[in-house]
Design a protein around this ligand. Structure first.
Ligand SMILES: O=C(O)c1ccccc1N[C@@H]1O[C@H](COP(=O)(O)O)[C@@H](O)[C@H]1O
Length: 206
């Protein structure tokens, strides 16, 4: 199985270049103003210009209004939408673009019911429940994921070079998504960590 790799929260062109060179499949831009990784759609468009072909651009939103999402789609080359807040399926699908929906996993969340509420999502992204919606570098208890959850999964939440291999082996997600675990500081990626993370995830594919 080939596990796809997304590196999220890019703010600098040198980081975009490293991420693409390391062999990641997707980059994520955070269009959530309270995040330290926030970029404007215009800045994302500028950053995306240095990407080679076949690296996907993911636009992350948290409870944005529809006009904000539409304006971002008009300004930046976004291939996939990531909704990380309290959006419902009807909101997420109105843009006519593929989207993934984040579930912030915590004890008591019925993931089967949650997944059923998002029939239009291309995949369910599993993240840890943290204050501030996401990007907090926290790992959730992977045993909370029911075996009966038969959806395409993107696994995130506190992944890093040390745990991504085990995470892939245990949950067999279609993709992994990381931000904090490959950073020197919030919004500033560490090239060595990015390369080590991609290599560790790829090693499980062999
Ligand atoms: O990256 C952010 O700042 C962010 C803000 C609000 C919601 C989600 C955010 N990022 C996403 O959070 C998860 C986990 O990231 P981490 O590796 O634990 O830092 C990931 O899906 C990011 O795309």
């Amino acid at each position: 199985m080939h596990t796809r790799i997304k590196i999220c929260g890019l703010t600098r062109s040198e980081d975009v270049e490293v991420v693409a060179d390391a062999g990641a499949d997707a980059v994520g831009f955070v269009f959530y103003p309270p995040s330290p990784r926030y970029v404007t759609p215009a800045r994302a468009a500028e950053l995306a210009r240095s990407l080679p072909p076949f690296v996907s651009v993911v636009g992350l939103f948290v409870n944005a209004d529809a006009d904000t999402v539409r304006q971002a789609l008009a300004s930046a080359p976004i291939h996939l939408l990531q909704f990380h807040g309290d959006e419902d399926d009807a909101f997420c699908r109105q843009f006519g673009r593929p989207f993934i929906k984040a579930a912030r996993v915590r004890p008591g969340l019925d993931l089967l019911q949650y997944a059923a509420a998002f029939p239009s999502a291309q995949a369910l992204l599993l993240d840890a429940f943290v204050d501030g919606y996401g990007g907090g570098g926290a790992v959730f208890d992977w045993s909370l994921v029911p075996a009966a959850l038969s959806r395409t999964l993107v696994l995130s939440g506190g992944l890093d070079v040390d745990n991504v291999g085990e995470a892939i082996r245990r949950l067999q997600p279609a993709a992994v998504d990381v931000s904090s675990g490959v950073e020197a500081a919030k919004g500033i990626k560490d090239a060595a960590k990015v390369r080590a993370f991609v290599a560790a995830a790829r090693a499980v594919d062999l």
